[in-house]
Design a protein around this ligand. Structure first.
Ligand SMILES: N[C@@H](CCC[C@H](N)C(=O)O)C(=O)O
Length: 284
């Protein structure tokens, strides 16, 4: 079966986006893992499926990590989704309503080509993350091997654990990130964020993503880090988040308010892949 796809990125977080409205698409987790392989497949952090809405939204949007698991939310993916449906003539609306597993998001294509997304209200109750703490707290100690880290835990539709570090370049993202990601306190695993405060309106951020490893940028991670910094009293309401792949602008006015994210989305190339060949790309 031949499948048309578009390779895109949002500040370096890369995607394969597939129109599942005009093509019939059924991808097992194993095929997604093969396609995600950067040597034997196409290579991506996440795969996005553009589908017809089931309710009264304009589209449905499904997100799969490179490990083949379906997840609830993806900030950089939401911006690429908007660029994709516009470039492919699937809509001419500036603001579109998109169904995700965790409800509807409403991204807007701005005049300058950037995309602003209402990412929804952050969930701070541990049970909603999910996180095993009994009560809500500003930060929680998390025991990792022989040391403990102080994390803020919240859901942006997907789970995040954010810690403040003095220097992002020295943060133990590769060594510690996987241990936080699969810590038993997070029954559905978690995205592990490391934030360096530059000043009250600027942070640097690295994220070890659940199901994908460290990425060049994480949109929901940027939202979670800013919410964490505002709750801790070290950030203002509007923050520039600098990641290895580029910058996002995040705005949050406080509890029970949605988080707003603005940034670019870029198409890299269009392609066609023959899924009948994908079994031969396996390493095992
Ligand atoms: N890169 C994304 C987040 C993708 C999902 C995440 N890895 C998860 O498992 O929750 C973003 O830009 O938000």
């Amino acid at each position: 079966m031949k499948l048309k796809f578009t390779k895109m990125h949002g500040v370096g977080n890369d995607f394969v986006v597939i129109d599942a409205i005009s093509q019939s698409v059924s991808l097992s987790p194993e095929v997604i893992r093969q396609l995600a392989d950067r040597h034997l497949g196409i290579g991506f952090d996440q795969l996005l499926l553009v589908e017809r809405a089931r309710g009264n939204a304009d589209f449905r949007y499904r997100i799969f990590n490179a490990d083949g698991g379906e997840v609830e939310q993806c900030g950089n993916g939401a911006r690429c989704f908007v660029r994709f449906v516009h470039d492919h003539g699937l809509t001419d609306q500036q603001t579109i309503r998109v169904e995700t597993i965790r409800g509807i998001i409403t991204p807007t294509l701005e005049e300058n080509g950037e995309i602003t997304v209402n990412m929804g209200i952050p969930r701070l109750d541990p049970a909603e993350v999910p996180f095993t703490a009994q009560q809500r707290a500003l930060t929680y100690p998390l025991q990792i091997d022989d040391h403990s880290v102080e994390i803020t835990v919240l859901s942006m539709g997907n789970p995040h654990a954010v810690q403040i570090v003095p220097d992002i370049e020295l943060a133990p993202v590769a060594g510690e990130g996987p241990m936080i990601e699969s810590h038993p306190a997070f029954p559905q695993r978690v995205n592990a964020g490391y934030m360096q405060i530059i000043d009250r309106s600027h942070i640097r951020l690295r994220v070890f993503e659940r199901g994908a490893g460290e990425t060049m940028a994480c949109g929901t991670g940027a939202c979670a880090a800013v919410v964490s910094g505002i709750l801790r009293g070290v950030l203002d309401n509007q923050v520039l988040v600098s990641m290895r792949g580029g910058d996002l602008r995040i705005c949050w006015l406080g509890e029970n308010q949605p988080v707003w994210m603005t940034g670019p989305a870029v198409t890299v190339f269009e392609g066609v892949i023959d899924l009948r060949d994908s079994g031969q790309r396996r390493r095992d």
